[in-house]
Design a protein around this ligand. Structure first.
Ligand code: 13P
Ligand code: SF4
Length: 335
């Protein structure tokens, strides 16, 4: 179920007819977006899973952690977040005086949707001696109930920062949680959430791809299931994966994460071969794509900058509470 603030925001937008706006067929979106960036003193932050044209026009492209650091220091009037809702909300929490806009308010996340604030609150009440570490892929309300946040680049460091005798609830990604348990040797209470994109990989097809390309290195994002992670030579966040491919001597990689990452990766290693890990379902890209990330298009990016809509709102009370675990994360992460 969608949180009420988001539901209300969507209804208002629909009433205003914003979603029915169209643009001339011949419009050069890249040129118009560049003009709007200047005119409105706006900064575009984009995640690696965005469409290539969106990544190319962004002022900064990064993983969830880097995007949070960047959002906190933005000095421009408007932050245009080319990513999903929880990312734009995190930017608003970190930099509340800025206007934060997102091209499509429906760009959610299966992990965030798996963990509603009321359910986490009830779970916490059942385990009052536990602290709560949540992945940033959660709503502001869930962050407000958390003691610490983490991303895939710093989850191990964040868990390691907690005293050994302190029990932990880890939410919402059970795959990332299970991997962190293995890495740290810590038992944690894991929430039952997962990323639909990383759970879509087929182990049989992956092994077949490896059989055909035996010199390739398999690398994977920790949101993937344990049987996929077992095959990987390297496991890391989106930026970790890019750096690994850049610094490793191999010339061929099978990449188990959302296919949007291949754009930046290929720019970094133009002479290496990058093979997307195959999904269970046969689809046109023979890979796994995030349907939420792909809701953002150049047309929607243009429209959202032109009309400064949809805007992300977070109540002052939730913003102040949610800021605490995010700031703790940024502080521990930068040590
Ligand atoms: P990172 O960019 O932090 O690796 O996260 C991946 C992701 O799933 C974002 O939705
Ligand atoms: Fe959420 Fe997975 Fe999409 Fe990332 S890739 S936004 S975790 S559904």
């Amino acid at each position: 179920m969608m949180d009420t603030n988001l539901q209300q925001a969507k209804e208002t937008l629909e009433e205003n007819g914003y979603l029915k706006l169209s643009t001339p067929e011949s419009m050069d979106f890249a040129a118009e977006i560049k003009k709007l960036k200047k005119e409105k003193n706006a900064v575009i932050l984009a995640h690696y899973y965005q469409e290539p044209e969106i990544q190319d026009i962004a002022d900064f492209v990064g993983d969830s952690l880097a995007l949070s650091y960047k959002a906190a220091e933005v000095d421009a009037d408007i932050i245009v977040f080319a990513g999903v809702h929880f990312m734009a909300e995190t930017a608003k929490i970190l930099n509340p005086s800025k206007k934060v806009i997102l091209p499509d308010l429906n760009a959610g996340c299966s992990l965030s949707e798996s963990c509603e604030a009321k359910d986490l609150k009830a779970f916490k009440e059942k385990h009052p001696d536990h602290i709560v570490i949540t992945y940033v892929n959660t709503s502001a309300e869930v962050k407000a109930l958390s003691d610490l946040c983490c991303t895939s680049s710093n989850a191990k460091k964040i868990v390691d920062s907690v005293p050994l005798d302190q029990p932990i609830i880890f939410a919402p990604d059970k795959n990332l949680g299970a991997w962190i348990q293995k890495e740290t040797g810590r038992e944690m209470l894991l929430w039952d959430g997962a990323c639909i994109v990383h759970e879509a990989f087929s182990i049989d097809k992956l092994l077949k791809t490896f059989e055909i390309n035996p010199k390739a290195k398999i690398i994977a994002h920790p949101e993937s299931e344990a049987h996929i992670l077992k095959t990987a030579e390297y496991i890391g966040s989106t930026s970790g994966l890019i750096n690994y491919v850049k610094n490793n001597e191999a010339n061929q990689f099978i990449v188990a994460t959302e296919a949007g990452i291949l754009h930046e990766m290929q720019k970094e290693v133009p002479d290496k071969e990058l093979i997307p890990a195959p999904a269970q379902e046969d689809n046109s890209c023979a890979c796994s794509e995030c349907p939420y990330m792909k809701m953002n298009t150049m047309q929607k990016l243009y429209l959202c900058m032109k009309h400064e809509l949809p805007e992300i709102h977070v109540s002052k009370e939730i913003q102040q509470k949610a800021l605490v675990p995010i700031q703790r994360m940024l502080e521990i992460s930068s040590r």
